[in-house]
Ligand binder design. Structure first.
Ligand code: GDP
Ligand code: ZN
Length: 468
């Protein structure tokens, strides 16, 4: 339990209808006594927990009134931080808020550090580390699906999954320890075979989590989608059509290169980072042809390639070359200008060249085919939805890994398990196997915070804003 009491403005800075100052710690009650004069008689010592009270904030030294406020009083441990918490709901102007905060600090609180409320919630056992990190993600999420993944992490779905795997590891640990203490002949039920099966199960669960890490990363950072094609096929028109149709996500990501425009959109919940290659130069009205090499370079770095062809013209030799290089890449071929009479592209041929990549007819100008495109993109992100029921999809989204820190920890745990499987094959002694087992268990514990050091926690919580 902490000795000091912290306070901070917990709402956005600037003028708003209300602003909230949160106070947490053992002296919260004393601070309210000093700075708050209730309008209707009863003082804080008579209040029930989890009730609201109207009154005036007064300066603790000079006694002059500062603002009329509502105080929410919540006694620990059933609070966010598990400590006593008072929330002052002030008028939202920056001056009354600042003065109220000042009065609270004078009365004995200390200004909270970034993330300190959440850190107390963590240390009080109210949340684990993955859930604390999810709070940040909920605040920062940019799309519906991203928010869904963050909320589910906040509810503890990921933590529960990690705990399940950790518990399995502990069972294996007990098994190994028994083998160390007793010769195997005395424990027929503890065969190497059983050990191997258990490790395989753990291995597969970790691999499953890692596979869903890619989807999680995308929900967080956006799916990097490059629009490729020779000049005039309609790349920029497609970008504009998608921007019109979908909500553009405002970001401060600067254009990564001078020959590309980058925009973030929300495609039915999936954040797409759309990159229109050679965009900027074209607007300067210089017909700029980006070479095959440059195009390949963009394709290299993409999570998804939208390869645009002009349906009113024949496929060129250069295009054929690029199309054949789509073979092992995540790509969708778009045959644009479907509104024109002229159809000169043989879809079957394109299918063969690209090794069966999806092909969609669109008209960027008339905004046709964008719905189909959005459906196919969803399939790329979530796998083939047709083969899954809606509920199994929902389930899979529950334990998505959205943070690089978590993915790295799982990768490390997996390496140790794989090492154990190899060592088991080599008849390594149980003492030796426990070393990797312990390391795997500790790696998983970093996710929930059970085995994480102060330095990592400092890093995580300092990325929070003050008042969180
Ligand atoms: P980019 O060079 O690949 O970016 O192509 P633009 O988007 O600048 O388009 C080149 C030309 O094709 C422009 O005159 C567009 O109006 C036209 N265009 C683009 N999409 C379509 C379409 O779907 N149908 C028709 N008829 N014209 C289109
Ligand atoms: Zn263009």
């Amino acid at each position: 339990m902490y000795q000091d009491t912290i306070a901070a403005v917990s709402t956005a800075i600037g003028e708003g209808a209300i602003g909230i100052i949160r106070v947490s710690g053992p002296e919260a009650i004393e601070i309210v006594r000093k700075v708050f004069k209730p309008k209707y008689g009863k003082t804080i010592d008579q209040w029930q927990s989890h009730t609201l009270h109207l009154g005036t904030v007064i300066h603790p030294d000079q006694g002059q009134p500062i603002d009329e406020v509502l105080v929410a009083w919540m006694k620990g441990p059933k609070t966010f931080t598990t400590e006593d918490v008072a929330e002052f709901h002030c008028h939202g102007g920056s001056l009354p808020l600042r003065e109220t905060l000042e009065a609270i600090l004078r009365a004995g609180a200390r200004l909270a550090e970034p993330g300190e409320f959440t850190r107390r919630a963590f240390l009080g056992g109210r949340l684990d580390l993955a859930q604390a990190e999810a709070i940040m993600e909920v605040i920062q999420s940019k799309t519906r699906d991203g928010l869904g993944a963050a909320l589910s992490q906040l509810e503890g779905h990921l933590s529960k999954k990690i705990k399940e795997v950790s518990d399995r590891l502990l069972q294996v640990m007990a098994h190994l320890e028994a083998l160390i203490d007793f010769p195997e002949e005395d424990l027929p039920e503890l065969s190497d075979e059983k050990l191997r099966t258990d490790l395989e199960i753990i291995k597969n669960e970790l691999i499953g989590l890692l596979q869903r890490a890619q989807t999680g990363k995308v929900l967080r950072e956006g799916w990097k989608t490059v629009i490729i094609g020779r000049p005039n096929v309609g790349k920029s028109s497609l970008l504009n059509a998608l921007l019109d149709e979908q909500r553009a996500i405002v970001t401060d990501i600067p254009g990564t290169t001078r020959d590309a425009i980058e925009e973030m959109i929300d495609l039915g919940g999936i954040p797409l980072r759309l990159i229109d290659t050679a965009g900027i130069r074209e607007t300067a009205d210089q017909v700029e042809k980006i070479g095959v090499e440059k195009t390949l370079h963009y394709m290299e770095k993409a999570d998804l390639i939208l390869f645009v062809l002009d349906g009113s013209e024949k496929v060129t030799a250069e295009e054929k070359e690029l199309l054949s290089s789509l073979k092992n890449r995540p790509a969708i071929v778009l045959i644009n200008k479907a509104d024109l009479e002229e159809r000169k592209i043989d879809q079957e041929e394109v299918k063969t060249i690209t090794h069966q990549k999806p092909i969609i007819s669109i008209s960027a100008r008339e905004a046709w085919g964008l719905e189909e495109l959005s459906k196919v993109i969803r399939q790329f992100v979530y796998g083939d939805e047709k083969e899954k029921t809606a509920s199994s999809l929902e389930y899979e989204r529950l334990d998505l890994i959205t943070q690089a820190r978590h993915r790295e920890a799982i990768e490390r745990a997996l390496q140790h398990i794989q090492q154990m499987i190899v060592d088991l094959e080599l008849q390594t002694s149980p003492d030796f196997l426990t070393i990797d087992l312990r390391a795997a268990w500790e790696a998983l514990g970093e996710i929930t915070g059970h085995t994480v050091g102060e330095d990592v926690m400092d890093k995580i919580f300092s990325s929070f804003c003050i008042g969180k």
